[in-house]
Ligand binder design. Sequence first.
Ligand code: AMP
Length: 219
Amino acid sequence: MRLILFGPPGAGKGTQARQLVERFHLKQISTGDLFRAALRDETPVGLEAKGYMDRGELVPDSVVNKMVEEALGAIGNDHYILDGFPRTTEQARWLLGYLDEHDAPLDAVISLKVDPELIVQRLSRRRTDKETGAIYHLDFNPPPADLPADRLVHRSDDQPDAIRTRLGVYEADTRPLAAIFEQEARFAEIDGVGEIDEVQGRIMDALRTLGARGIEATS
Ligand code: AMP
């Protein structure tokens, strides 16, 4: 199965991707996570990405595309879910060309729709376990009580100024990709507001409706 989860920052792509990974035994390719790992390891890509990430801006397409090409190649171009990529027309065109070249078409692109007001509220209360990458919300999906406080981080780009920049970038550069996916892939937009399992159920329904490969095996 080859999937893309699409939508604004804070729409729940990472949280939903983690459930889909378990259910369908997929590899989650999150470009944001890859950049954060590169930054922790102080690789050249991580150091190049740092300034853009801190400001909530996009890392240049050539850097992102190369990283994704390596990640996809490493897993044989199948059984993955892309989260946070593509984010620009250039990235989308590159990806569609790459998949075409490798005769490995997408099974589905699922777009999660969430109101911007709610996103600001979600991101400012979001916390991440820096060791496992698990994502929590202080009110709606609180971290386990026994999780050591120093493992829980509030991402620097989840602060109000960076959130506003990221939402602006999404509107200007990323949202227009929906039209490309609508034309070139099996595309569905679903309501991303609700309990985690409720949204997951909507994603499953959309995958069934779109006839994604591998969906038959699940109840
Ligand atoms: P995320 O965790 O997906 O919100 O990504 C965090 C940050 O990493 C973004 O604000 C960008 O600076 C960078 N980033 C992640 N994915 C991409 C992408 N596809 N294109 C450009 N920059 C990206």
